[in-house]
Design a protein around this ligand. Structure first.
Ligand code: NAD
Ligand code: UFG
Length: 343
């Protein structure tokens, strides 16, 4: 009973490997390393004391997927593989439809062929579009404002259609809010290539001197301090939510064979609150200046968490200080990410 983890060498996937291995599951990671370094998996082994089976492959290669599912006797899939940069998706939408939508379709076809019928899928709070109310409940209307978001919605629809066609499929759609933080060992963490798009990696690069200052996108939102509010969640809490979802699906305890559930803390923090929290954790000054609003950004976004608590018996436990402390610990121990540190 092995779990296939696609995208398992990446930020969230590598943390998920740790949590699943520590829970006693056997795993195999499949990743094309387009946005990852396989050193992350050596680190997973160092943390867990278990070897990680790794297949360097692309989810669009259906024949290879079938071979891997059969070879390892997989019973379920946790599907992280995909492209995730909103800005890039507007410049190269085809790459996003190909990797995310076509890739997931091939993965599902391979699963169908091999008789593997359980998947957890990495969706995103971006599927809610502009919030009509807060906190966001799972039945909030969905919409997408960029190609990346559309790929997530298309995949969600694909899963709902397949689940409706045949009750033996089991899908858990997990809608992440803003994952940050790192494993508390400091051995694995987020390793963005180039200029970071997201707030937390940018803040860390200001703290460690790689960037002069943070641009705070917008200071006139209708929020308590005028800056954007998001629901940041520690990546370890997030992957523990995956483990619970896996267990609920595998035990047949889910109320339906396809559920969508938020993974967030339910609490929003502003950009300036994040800056201050990171200053506390790192003991560094985070220089910033205000810049215009970023296209497509909403003022405020945070999760309703009751469904996750009820369905998964899970709730996030780590607070903002832990998110910042663990991020800083990872960055200090790996100033150049995985590239220049020993495995
Ligand atoms: P990541 O880029 O670190 O991980 C994705 C992994 O998938 C990488 O290791 C990459 O090499 C691999 N990959 C990409 N395309 C592939 C393909 N065609 N075949 C095989 N492997 C492929 O990103 P992450 O932050 O760990 O995100 C994981 C998932 O969670 C993604 O699906 C992302 O859309 C989703 N998500 C992330 C966030 C976030 O803020 N990080 C928020 C919501 C949802
Ligand atoms: N921000 C800045 N300066 C920066 C980067 C971000 O002020 O340099 C602000 C943004 O305007 C926003 C907040 O910080 O108010 C968070 O921005 P992120 O880019 O870190 O996160 P988003 O909420 O925009 O998006 C993230 C992922 C999406 C995902 C979404 C919901 O990037 O892929 O969370 O899960 F869809």
């Amino acid at each position: 009973m092995t779990v296939l983890i696609t995208g398992g060498a990446g930020f969230i996937g590598s943390h998920c490997c740790v949590t699943f291995l520590e829970a006693g599951h056997d795993i195999v990671v499949l990743d094309n390393l387009s946005n990852a370094n396989s050193v992350s998996l050596n680190r997973v082994s160092a943390i867990t004391g278990r070897k990680v089976a790794f297949e360097a492959a692309d989810i669009r290669d259906q024949a290879r997927l079938e071979a891997v599912l059969d070879q390892y006797g997989c019973s379920a899939v946790v599907h992280f593989a995909g492209l995730k940069a909103v800005g890039e998706s507007t410049k190269d939408p085809l790459a996003y439809y190909d990797n995310n939508v076509v890739g997931t379709q091939r993965l599902l076809s391979a699963m169908a062929k091999c008789g593997v019928r359980q998947m957890i899928f990495s969706s995103s709070a971006t599927v809610y579009g502009e919030p009509k109310y807060l906190p966001l409940t799972e039945d909030h209307p969905t919409s997408a404002v960029n190609p990346y978001g559309r790929t997530k919605l298309m995949i969600e629809d694909m899963l709902r259609d397949i689940a409706a066609s045949d009750p033996s499929w089991r899908f858990g759609i997990l809608r992440y809010f803003n994952p940050v933080g790192a494993h508390d060992s400091g051995l694995i963490g987020e390793n963005p290539l180039g200029i970071p798009n997201n707030l937390m990696p940018f803040i860390t690069q200001v703290a460690d001197g790689r960037r002069a200052e943070l641009s705070v996108f917008g200071k006139d939102y209708e929020t308590r301090d005028g800056t954007g509010i998001r629901d940041y969640i520690h990546v370890t809490d997030l992957v523990e939510g995956h483990l619970r979802a896996h267990e609920v699906l595998a035990s047949g305890a889910a109320p339906s064979n396809c559920f969508a559930v938020n993974l967030g803390t339910g609490t929003g923090y502003s950009v300036l609150e994040m800056v201050r929290a990171f200053e506390r954790a790192s003991n560094k000054e985070i220089r910033y200046s205000f810049a215009p609003r970023r296209d497509g950004d909403v003022a405020e976004c945070f999760a309703h968490t009751a469904m996750a608590e009820k369905l998964l018996n899970w709730k996030a436990e780590r607070d903002l200080d832990a998110m910042c402390r663990d991020t800083w610990n990872w960055v200090c121990k790996n100033p150049r990410g995985y590239e220049t540190t020993a495995a």
